[in-house]
Design a protein around this ligand. Sequence first.
Ligand code: GLU
Length: 322
Amino acid sequence: MKRIALLFAILATFTLIAAPAFAMRYVTIGTGGVTGVYYPTGGAISKLVNKKRKEFKLRMTVESTGGSVFNVNALMNGDLELGVVQSDLQYQAYKGLGQWKGDAQNKLRAVFAIHPEIVTIIAAVDSKINGVADFKGKIINIGAPGTGQRVNATDLISAAGLDLNKDLKVEGIKPAESAKMLQDGRIDAFFYTVGHPNGSIKEAVAGARKVMFVPVDKNLVDKLVAAQPYYAAADIPVKPYPGIGNKEDVPSFGVKATICSSADVPDSIIYDITKEVFENLETLKKLHPALAVLTKENMLTGLSAPLHPGALKYYREAGLIK
Ligand code: GLU
């Protein structure tokens, strides 16, 4: 009897004290539509981290979501541990601006930045849209609620002096469906704030209806950059899209994709993920062509929310931050 009691006592002690140290930690990263760059990037990061899952006791899964705005809100609700968020929206959410006006997301934390994204307008050549002013009377997919492009499209259209509700017919379709809608003649153009190259635009270019990128006038870009510290002028590359109706790179503006978390996510989780990504950067860069430009230095720019302490610990250890 005594022995059995002792055995139970040992087991109970183990369960209470030692077992949590061996328990698997589960982490979900929220991304965007499956034909964007966030989703494969989230997959690439998960793949790296999961290689060490036995050592780290960490299992990462990737989820396709509505995009940046959705990810910020899901991080704050505790539905996600990590999320990809545009730099402009990280700034707005943390500062309580834009759609978070008066509701600053104080627990939002920056982990690292990834690839640049460009506000890209893809139009059917037969719709004759050569600039934002030509949107008048056209059917434009500004992006589904929850996406970053919806915010950028709204900013651009109002900077051009157009009324979103009166001057054009607005659609709010998911990125994965936009290319098909354009090819089917159901929309004239769609917005996508995205890294290049990406699957959605390749799909749009591959169809029978000829498509082109719509340039954004320099004066509009200047106006937007002056109003939003995380907007910058950027050119859309035409090279990855043979068959597109533009001969040269197309002027527009852009942001950066960043990885965010919440102050409620344990430091050890963020430390392990950050370390694994930075120490295997060459492998990560090969997993998607949009990630080829990453350097340890540029991955620390474009961040406006405070750094997550787990990430900061690694950056200090690695000498990337003093
Ligand atoms: N930038 C887009 C967004 O925030 C997503 C782009 C992507 O999925 O690659 O909604």
